[in-house]
Design a protein. Structure first.
Lengths: 259, 274, 237
């Protein structure tokens, strides 16, 4: 408590010297996770790649701003945005009512449904609550997919992991009977050598209340000007073909979903 | 009567406001204000949706934490006896192995050990399946329990060994002079004395395990910390951590007080009366 | 075998350079925390050793809290809490910007809080190990309070507190691993990322443990030197 006051006092002194400045968006810091292929991946050389990253770069180019990427753990990414560690989250974050109470979202920039993957020799036949009775399901914590499992797949026991990499390890090891995540994320993984353990059990019908209306860019509530900038830029890259160019680089299908 | 005594005794000199006294009062005032705020905050939130939604989860998390700590401390205590004996053994190889074991578990972070025992053993799934042990390592609960038990066993072995070595040699010699066997001397004379000196470090070790058990949350276990993280990641409400802090502090303080009472009771024959 | 060597190499396919930077973070976090922890711990011990009851109580509350909270929780409280406090304070004052408490600073603050609480106990028992006669002797020599502390008490205090402080340093080094959970790229986090991506968890977590063991060994030899230095004034028996 005392340390908190001290730090705050130091902050105030510094602020008094620095002077309050109006926000100028010539430079935008973008928070992302870096553990969610093919949307955002952090390589061993420290570089970020993926659909989210390329879309972000296209948006920044469109808005003529300089962008800097900051990686953050998924379950701390909203508090980090609120705390001002970056200005926008572009990390495949679904636009949900629960999250809207804390942050604002731009319009969606893609929308894909959740799905379940299971080991190839699994006895589970279909992606329904009844078929998952007594099974253990893995999900990334603090995601719409974990909320979906908690609300709609109550017969299964849920285990939460900090990143998809950990549930992939555990399903390959047979510690869990299946995993729930975005269908694109799972398909991408299943197509690699790592994912050879498993198969796609089925795609789930997304629930608008839980899964929201697609992935958007999260912005602090007070930064309405930044939100408008992003919305204009999303519409622009949709119109000028830049969006399709990025999409075709990663997917053979339409990830945007209906208008 | 009162008048008389005040008349005889010189008046108590007023305590001067030294720097130490001022600092002490200022700091105490800060603490009191902080605690008042905390109580007010907790009181305001006790009827909130957060508490209504998550209180049962915190309770189940608390039960998991307690089970985890009790099981691993007891398992560690059992395991620490052979380790301590091996450590004192005259057999070079045996004592070397025990030394290596203790050094490894005391020299590396519990977090890294937990990861090693949870994700690391997955590498050897097939080997474990052949020997029929995979059912054990399949469960996060058993992996964490094993890591915690091995960790605390290393610390407890050192506590035990230190305490036994602390008992004066004369006690052994006295026992031998009485014609008692080594076993009888150890269990009836040495161990009771050693346990008294070991009591305080044992208490500290249990408290360390209670606090360290929060690490289990990171490998999918919904202990108190796990439920706290889950509640925070859903609600982004900071009171998630405040409640957890209050619960952990109360547990540790209670344990410390109980342990102190226990120690006073067990050592009451050692207190010299005036 | 060559496969393992590739994984640990410093090139683009290997994780050697990432892990080396993790070691740097771990060691610098420990070293950055140490001086603050020692000074705060010493001041706390002075307070606990004081004749002023309010000062003793205030210091006692501090140590009770930070020795009682799980280190992981203290870290989260600092990481999220201080940031929220700073931000809302800045907002309340109508400032346009806030100070960022990054994970390194948050780790440092949290570890300092914990380390100083334990260090104060070490210093306190060392204080009690110094006989009253030492104070009386220096009074007789006409030394003032400060000089007594500087030339008589402190040298003995360091020697007496050193074994306990050395132990605390080793604990601190291990506790720095907790910052991996708030996103700081220390040894555990870097090896963890490598373990997940390469699917070689045993290799990399085993390596993490080995790194901590080596750091502990290096520390032990350093501590032994300091111990010899602190005892230089003792007569050879």
């Amino acid at each position: 408590m005392r340390i908190a006051t001290l730090v705050a006092a130091a902050a105030m002194t510094l602020a008094a010297f620095g002077g309050a400045e109006a926000k100028d968006w010539s430079k935008v810091r973008i928070g992302t996770e870096g553990a969610y292929p093919p949307f955002n991946v952090l390589g061993s050389d420290g570089s970020l790649t993926g659909f989210d990253i390329d879309i972000a770069k296209a948006l920044c180019e469109e808005m003529k701003v300089e962008c800097e990427f900051v990686t953050s753990d998924w379950d701390g990414i909203i508090p980090a945005l609120q705390a001002g560690k970056f200005d926008a989250i572009i990390a495949s974050m679904s636009i949900t009512e629960e999250r809207k109470q804390k942050v604002d979202f731009t319009n969606k920039y893609y929308n894909t449904p959740p799905a379940i993957a299971v080991p190839k020799d699994s006895k589970i036949t279909e992606a329904t609550d009844a078929a998952l009775k007594g099974m253990t399901l893995g999900a990334q914590s603090s995601t719409t997919h974990s909320n979906y499992a908690e609300a709609k797949l109550k017969s299964a026991e849920l285990k939460l992991y900090p990143t998809p990499d950990e549930y992939k390890l555990d399903v390959a090891n047979g510690r869990i009977d299946g995993v729930i995540d975005d269908v694109v994320v799972l398909s991408d993984w299943l197509a690699t050598a790592d994912g050879s353990c498993c198969k796609l059990l089925g795609t789930l019908t997304s629930d608008p209340v839980i899964n929201g209306e697609g992935a958007g860019i999260a912005i602090r509530k007070e930064d309405q000007d930044l939100k408008d900038m992003f919305n204009t830029a999303i519409a622009a890259i949709r119109a000028n073909g830049k969006y399709k160019e990025v999409q075709d680089k990663y997917f053979a299908f339409d990830v945007y979903g209906g208008e | 009567m009162t008048e008389l005594s005040t008349a005889i005794r010189p008046p108590v000199p007023p305590r001067p406001w030294t720097a130490a006294r001022i600092t002490g009062h200022v700091l105490m005032a800060l603490w009191i204000v902080s605690f008042a705020f905390l109580l007010l905050y907790l009181f305001n939130n006790i009827g909130s949706d957060f508490v209504a939604n998550y209180a049962p989860k915190y309770l189940s998390g608390l039960v998991i934490t307690l089970q985890l700590v009790v099981t691993s401390v007891v398992a560690g205590a059992l395991l620490s006896v052979p380790v301590a004996l091996a450590r004192n053994s005259k057999n070079r190889i045996l004592s070397g192995i025990a030394y290596g074991y203790v050094y490894f578990f005391r020299g590396t972070p519990l977090l890294a050990q937990t990861f090693l025992f949870y994700y690391g053993v997955g590498t050897f799934r097939e080997a474990f399946e052949t020997v029929g042990l995979w059912w054990f390592f399949r469960e996060a609960w058993y992996c964490v329990l094993l890591a915690f038990a091995l960790n605390t066993a290393a610390y407890q072995a050192e506590i035990l060994r230190g305490a036994v070595l602390n008992v004066a040699r004369g006690q052994w010699e006295g026992g031998q002079a009485l014609g008692l066997t080594r076993n009888v001397i150890f269990f009836k004379i040495i161990l009771p004395q050693a346990l008294i000196t070991a009591l305080r470090p044992y208490g500290n070790e249990i408290i360390l395990m209670l606090k360290g058990s929060a690490i289990a949350a990171i490998v999918t276990i919904f202990d108190l910390m796990g439920e706290t993280r889950r509640a925070y990641s859903r609600s982004f409400d900071f009171q998630a951590y405040i409640w957890a802090a209050v619960i952990y502090l109360m547990m540790v303080e209670t344990l410390r007080q109980v342990w102190e009472k226990l120690e006073q009771r067990l050592t009451r024959h050692l207190v010299r009366s005036e | 075998m060559t496969e393992v060597l590739t994984l640990l190499s410093f090139g683009p396919d290997g994780w050697g350079d990432e892990i080396a930077s993790g070691i740097l973070v771990t060691v610098s976090l420990g070293l950055a925390t140490l001086p603050f922890g020692l000074v705060a711990g010493f001041l706390l011990a002075l307070a606990k050793n004081s004749r002023e009851p309010s000062l003793r109580l205030a210091a006692g509350i501090y140590t009770t809290i930070f020795r009682g909270l799980p280190e992981l929780l203290t870290l989260f409280l600092v990481y999220f809490g201080v940031q929220i406090a700073v931000k809302s304070l800045a907002e309340a004052m109508g400032l346009g910007f806030t100070i960022e408490v990054n994970s390194f600073v948050a780790g440092m603050i949290a570890l300092t809080l914990v380390f100083s609480s334990y260090a104060s106990e070490a210093f306190l028992s060392a204080f009690r190990g110094i006989p009253r006669g030492q104070y009386e002797g220096s009074q007789a020599l006409g030394l003032n309070k400060f000089l007594t502390m500087r030339h008589v008490v402190l040298p003995q205090l360091i020697r007496l507190a050193l074994p306990a402080l050395a132990n605390l340093w080793l604990i601190l080094l291990k506790e720095t691993s907790l910052v991996s959970t708030i996103g700081l790229a220390d040894v555990v986090r870097q090896t963890g990322v490598a373990a997940r991506i390469t699917k070689e968890p045993f290799l990399f977590y085993g390596l993490a443990c080995l790194i901590y063991l080596v750091l502990a060994m290096i520390s032990s030899s350093g501590i032994a030197r300091i111990e010899r230095w602190s005892k230089r004034g003792e007569a050879v028996r």
